[in-house]
Design a protein around this ligand. Structure first.
Ligand code: AHM
Ligand code: MG
Length: 334
């Protein structure tokens, strides 16, 4: 490895010094990053370590859990419960906030995560990822309850994801831009490879699960129809389409080359509020996307200003290149 490379640890220490921090967030992120490296290793080994397939159980949202969903959740809990920087954790895979072991050292942060997002892709060896969000625990609270986690996305201290793809990557924001790191498997360190990631304002690429099209609302139907009409339609340009069914991989593509991603309101999901979860999917991704110059909306409201009402609350998500997201939002207003 060239000796002038920056590890994520050095990058975070440097950023902490600039902000005259005390290092608590840096140490917390160190634990989070270690957990991501362990998950990356399990995902990489897949069938070799018997990690594929269903666990035969369901999570709080009634979804069948994969073995790797449960294992990744365990990994995140174990690596983050002893560091002393957290007051509590909440996960897609657990009904209630996780109570830190009695006697474990406590800190001032809350960690929310989806340990393995896009898990329908695990068994077919397509990219999956981990998404996480860090909040401050309300002053004076040592045993946080659900209400303590229900803070709008604008209060996030840090958000990030790990992408387990052809290479494993970590993308982070602490409100000071977005930086991407690639895992060097030989030395076990994430190395800064994508400094200052920004999203082009315009795009000609959209991502949506088109099998749901008959359930979409009119504004989304209109937007997609116009994209599909290409040079013959009102947009007068051809569009490309992608759907990986792995939000981390879609967001990463958008950070690298622009695009728009939509999991919009859907007639079948109206009672649930949408598909994706606000606290550990939409909010962290919105923080990252906005920090990279993009936009993130439900179609009607900015995601990050929503006042959460539940730990596992679902919301419609439209994110990516600013001008396209604004166009979809304007169709919702008409
Ligand atoms: P999960 O947390 O159960 O994996 O669900 C979230 C995933 C996203 O990563 C992805 O964008 C979406 O679900 C795909 O949904 P669908 O299979 O309906 O296309
Ligand atoms: Mg998920």
């Amino acid at each position: 490895m060239p000796l002038n490379r920056t590890t994520v640890t050095h990058f975070l220490i440097e950023a902490m010094r600039e902000k005259h921090g005390h290092g608590n967030l840096t140490l917390l992120l160190n634990d989070v990053i270690t957990a991501c490296k362990v998950i990356s290793d399990q995902v990489n080994h897949g069938a070799l370590v018997g990690a594929l397939g269903s666990a035969g159980s369901e999570n709080v949202q009634g979804e069948t859990q994969k073995k790797l969903d449960i294992l990744s959740n365990e990994i995140f809990l174990r690596f983050n419960e002893v560091g002393g920087h957290l007051a509590g954790m909440a996960s897609e895979e657990m009904d209630d906030p996780y109570a830190l072991p009695e006697g474990a050292p406590r800190g001032k942060y809350l960690l929310l995560f989806d340990p393995l997002d896009g898990s329908s892709n695990i068994d077919v060896n397509v990219s999956v990822g981990t998404i996480f969000s860090v909040l401050k625990c309300p002053e004076g609270v040592t045993h946080p309850e659900v209400k303590d986690f229900l803070q709008p996305g604008t209060t996030q201290v840090c958000a990030g994801y790990a992408l387990y793809g052809p290479s494993s990557m970590l993308v982070l924001t602490t409100g000071d831009g977005v930086n991407g790191f690639t895992l060097d498997q030989n030395i076990g360190e994430f190395i800064l490879t994508h400094p200052g990631m920004t999203i082009p304002e315009d795009t000609r690429e959209f991502a949506i699960n088109a099998s749901n099209s008959r359930f979409w609302e009119a504004p989304v139907q209109r937007y997609v129809e116009e994209c599909l009409a290409g040079t013959d339609g009102p947009r007068k340009e051809n569009f490309n389409m992608r759907w990986i069914a792995s939000m981390v991989a879609e967001v990463h593509r958008i950070l690298v080359r622009g695009g728009i991603f939509m999991y919009p309101m859907d007639e079948r999901m109206r009672s649930k509020g949408g598909k994706l979860r606000l606290m550990y999917e939409a909010n962290p991704m919105a923080f990252i996307i906005e920090q990279a110059g993009g936009a993130c909306s439900t179609g009607r409201e900015r995601i990050m200003t929503l006042q959460p009402t539940g730990l596992h609350q679902r919301v419609p998500v439209i994110l990516g290149s600013k001008n396209e997201v604004e166009r979809v939002v304007s169709y919702h207003k008409e």
